[in-house]
Design a protein around this ligand. Sequence first.
Ligand code: SF4
Length: 426
Amino acid sequence: MIDSSHQPVPLNAVCPFCSLLCDDLRIAVDGQALTLIGPSCGKARAGFADGSIEDVPLVAGVQATHHQAIERAAALLAGSRHPVFGGLATDIDGMRTVMMLADRCGGSVDHMDGDTLARKNGLLATRGAISTTLAEVANRADLILLLGEDALGDGSRFIERCVTPGDSLHPERLAARELVVLAPRSAARALQGISVPTRHLPMAMSDAAEVASALRALLAGRTLAARAVAGIRTTDLAEVAARLAAARYAVIVWGKDLSSAPHSEVAMELLNELLKDLNRNTRAASLVLGGSDGAASANAVCAWQAGYGLRTSFASGGPEHDPTRFSARQLIEDGTADLLIWISAYATRQTPPADLDCPTIVLGRSGMRFDVVPDIYIPVGTPGIDHPGRLIRTDSSVSLPLPALRESGLPSVRQVLGQLAALVLP
Ligand code: SF4
């Protein structure tokens, strides 16, 4: 599979750079250099070109050997009262090792996108959700209502792979498919040329709850006195509601620009209630796009092993979950945590928040540069590039193996944490 000759060798690859985990990429491998041949995706192109293969650890900003960095990191971890494992941009194996260390060291776990995950987990735990998969969207949906513009443009292939796939198990659904987009005006350009009938109703993401509420009312047969809701004509919303009711399988899709917005819980809850309303008479489901940077994998592993999603602490001797109290930031700012172990294996720009004042060990993608130099930096490889890995997709129903593309010699997160565990744990 791996060819170390000097001729570029195209390899099939699964992309680790967002939670769609596209499995149809062709990557040219020229020594250690990787270039995306296709299909086109700006995010993947940047991701494969990012980083370096230099394995140069830093201790207090000074170059050190891997062994020296591990020994110093082990000393910090052994002396920590409450380490918090943050970032968590790793794969399933890396996250399993994080969980083992957090459990044995009395630490906590939180992802770099923990605020968004906490909202999603909270809603799922308290209200439930009717969700679907990428394959169901591609094959069965005849109406897709997309909120926000995360899934549009050069950085996502959602439209290409799920809305306008080349073929479908149900060609009649694909032929009948319509796309309705509720998103800011800036989305208009990315919607040009989409090969299914597409309607764009401009909407600010902060108005999503108001619009979802109006759609529920219209679906229930109520008449709205207002001529417009959040700038959208009521007659246009009535058409969307009627189309949702008439669809054989409607899917409501949203991404991080909705789920990370302030007070997005209300909007997401109303959308879930809208789906419940629809399912009284037809079939409808949600697809929440998110979980990139290993978030879907980290959250799932935490749930398997601790019984809770992320923002779980082992400081009391057993797992405790609190989406507010156990955020990495909160734990550091209130003085509970005294060591941050920041894990970020996908993007060199994803360094620890510069304003967190705490001793820090970084296991980061090789080639990382810092505004605030951490106490220790240990370069790691990227799953699906420098070592094999496995990740969970955005729809949480599929995990995909990612073969390595080159032999860089960079260690995985699992390996580095295993070396730390060997020095720290009895
Ligand atoms: S859409 Fe995501 S998974 Fe697919 S190629 Fe682009 S970055 Fe990679």
